[in-house]
Design a binder for this molecule. Structure first.
Ligand code: NAD
Length: 258
């Protein structure tokens, strides 16, 4: 696939999981990529691996909750690649807790990383995309952005914010050459899900197998989604041409067989 040759992408939270898979898929589609994360070692490794495979890739340290670091990222990635055409707002984090145990700091952190980070990064690239009359913004939301779930109220609220922001920005983008869409996956096989399963094992004393089964059952998923499947959906939303989708929420719930 080479549909994105000549286009430059920034992927936040690109050091592992869905972000690293999206960076690879975009690079394989021909894009130059900049991977950014608050964990610098992870993105340096991802970019090095991409370069080893013949792709053009850069790594930047950036905590998406910090407006100064986000501005620096937009500037540095633009300088390195020439400009930013595609933004994948993937950086995110999750916790699970019943409401009585959620501290204000925990609530704020979940909102900051998932929702405010998405706003700050989009704002930082928006003017450049508008001036060039072309841009693709893909937000990594979740099925938790579309419906509620027990013990994940902060994450659910934050991902609903991402979905609302996607819908509003898609309207704001009409006629600008920019499109704004989101992917909404269920549970994906990534380190974040491993952490969720480890938390359930810790709280309930259940085995890994039982904890995974209970997560899948509650989500109504026959299996975990692969990060590569989410990455392909992200690439699809970066479509170049007249039929580029705008304002779409792509649901990935593993209902299709592998
Ligand atoms: P992950 O924890 O495996 O990776 C997340 C990456 O984001 C890491 O590289 C981490 O360092 C980075 N990150 C975290 N906070 C950051 C910050 N403040 N600034 C910059 N980078 C930061 O997670 P994942 O499972 O790959 O999830 C990626 C995205 O997909 C998240 O937005 C998550 O909410 C969403 N999502 C995940 C699942 C799932 O089941 N794993 C399901 C639906 C949606």
């Amino acid at each position: 696939m080479s549909g994105l040759v000549g286009y430059n992408a920034v992927i936040t939270g690109g050091g592992r999981g869905i972000g690293a898979a999206a960076a690879l898929a975009l690079a394989e589609a021909g894009a130059k990529v900049s991977v950014a994360s608050r964990n610098e070692a992870q993105v340096v490794q991802v970019a090095a691996q991409l370069r080893e495979n013949g792709h053009e890739a850069f790594a930047f340290r950036c905590d998406v909750t910090d407006p100064h670091q986000v501005r620096d990222l937009a500037m540095s990635a633009s300088e390195a690649m020439g400009r930013i055409d595609i933004l994948v707002n993937n950086a995110g984090t999750a916790t699970s807790n019943r409401i009585s145990r959620i501290s204000h700091a925990e609530w704020q952190h979940i909102m900051d990383v998932n929702a405010t980070g998405t706003f700050l990064c989009t704002q930082a690239v928006w003017n450049g995309m508008s001036e060039r009359r072309w841009g693709r913004v893909v937000n990594v939301a979740s099925t938790a952005g579309l419906s509620g779930g027990k013990y994940i109220s902060a994450y659910t609220a934050a991902k609903h914010a991402v979905v609302g922001f996607t819908r509003a920005m898609a309207e704001e983008a009409v006629g600008s050459g920019i499109t704004v869409n989101a992917v909404c996956p269920g549970y994906v096989d990534t380190p974040l899900t491993d952490e969720t399963i480890a938390r359930i094992m810790h709280h309930t004393g259940s085995s890994r197998e039982d904890a995974l089964s209970s997560v899948l059952e509650q989500a109504g998923q026959p299996r975990l989604i692969r990060a590569g499947e989410v990455a392909q959906a992200i690439v699809g939303l970066c479509h170049v041409g007249a039929h580029a989708p705008n304002g779409e929420l792509v649901l990935l719930d593993a209902s299709e067989p592998e």
